[in-house]
Design a protein around this ligand. Structure first.
Ligand code: ATP
Ligand code: MG
Length: 255
């Protein structure tokens, strides 16, 4: 059977610039994959192209999500199919509170699941939402005041990263792409965020974690590590690959 996420011969351009040059990768629910690679190798491009960011043009290849080729589908349609992206650089949405943003996202997701035949019309009740929000924020040790602030507006780097994981906790995606969830986090925040992600890992979630450093992989243990160099997966292996990379750098992969 095909994997839940199948990426085949993916070519992606930004304007005239070709970034991904024939990338292949498969992710199943229940698996944790790490993608590492030098700055500018195309990791965020991969994440954005998978999510359907229109600035990233797929010029060749396929992206299959649970048996459906999603190239051409809008980001919100992909989200309804259970795909989620935690951004490397989350954007601020002035005027929209965190609570409103999350509730809207949850209702949109529930509507999508309804279309899939699970009921779920009217969306989530305020009571259930408040409860889930509270649990998520406690898990990530977030200040309760964050819920009424505008999304990412004036947030510290660490607060932004926690909000990304809070979204994931509430939306319960089937395939989650985390683009450097560890960047900008202090030592304690890294542990809290990683433990939060870990509690979401399980047989119903496939995880693709983009990172530069082994330290987050001490918490979120990948079964598979892939090294992206110049728009292609140059090398794949087990968790030992991340350790080897830490030791030797990227030159030996390029060779
Ligand atoms: N809007 C854009 N216009 C032109 N080039 C872009 C644009 N966005 C990204 N690029 C280029 O695409 C290449 C890949 O960028 P990408 O963000 O995918 O790298 P990355 O592997 O995520 O790097 P990092 O580890 O620094 O986050 C880089 O050379 C980058 O400059
Ligand atoms: Mg990046």
């Amino acid at each position: 059977m095909d994997a839940d996420l199948v990426i085949r011969n993916l070519h992606v351009s930004i304007g005239e610039k070709v970034i991904l040059k024939g990338l292949n990768l498969e992710v199943n629910r229940g698996e944790v994959h790490a993608v590492m690679g030098p700055n500018g190798s195309g990791k965020s491009t991969l994440a954005n192209a998978l999510m359907g960011n229109p600035a990233y043009q797929v010029t060749e290849g396929e992206i299959w999500l649970k048996g459906q080729n999603v190239v051409g589908l809008a980001a919100d349609q992909r989200a309804r199919l259970g795909l989620f992206l935690a951004f490397q650089y989350p954007s601020a949405i002035p005027g929209v509170s965190v609570a409103n943003f999350l509730r809207t996202a949850l209702n949109a997701r529930a509507a999508g699941q309804g279309e899939a035949g699970n009921g779920g019309r009217g969306g989530i009740s305020m009571r259930d939402f408040r409860q889930q929000l509270k649990e998520g924020m406690e898990m990530l040790r977030m200040d309760p005041g964050v819920a009424s602030r505008y999304v990412n507006d004036g947030f510290s780097g660490g607060e932004k990263k926690r909000l990304e994981i809070l979204q994931m906790a509430l939306l319960k995606p089937e395939i989650a792409l985390l683009d450097e969830p560890d960047s900008g986090l202090d030592i304690d925040a890294l542990r809290i965020v990683a433990e939060g992600v870990n509690r979401l890992v399980g047989p119903t979630l496939g995880l693709l974690v983009i990172t530069h450093y082994q330290r987050i992989l001490d918490y979120i243990k990948p079964g598979f590590v892939h090294i992206l160099v110049d728009g292609r997966i140059a090398l794949s292996g087990g968790p030992e690959l991340a350790l080897e990379l830490e030791e030797k750098g990227y030159d030996w992969v390029r060779e």
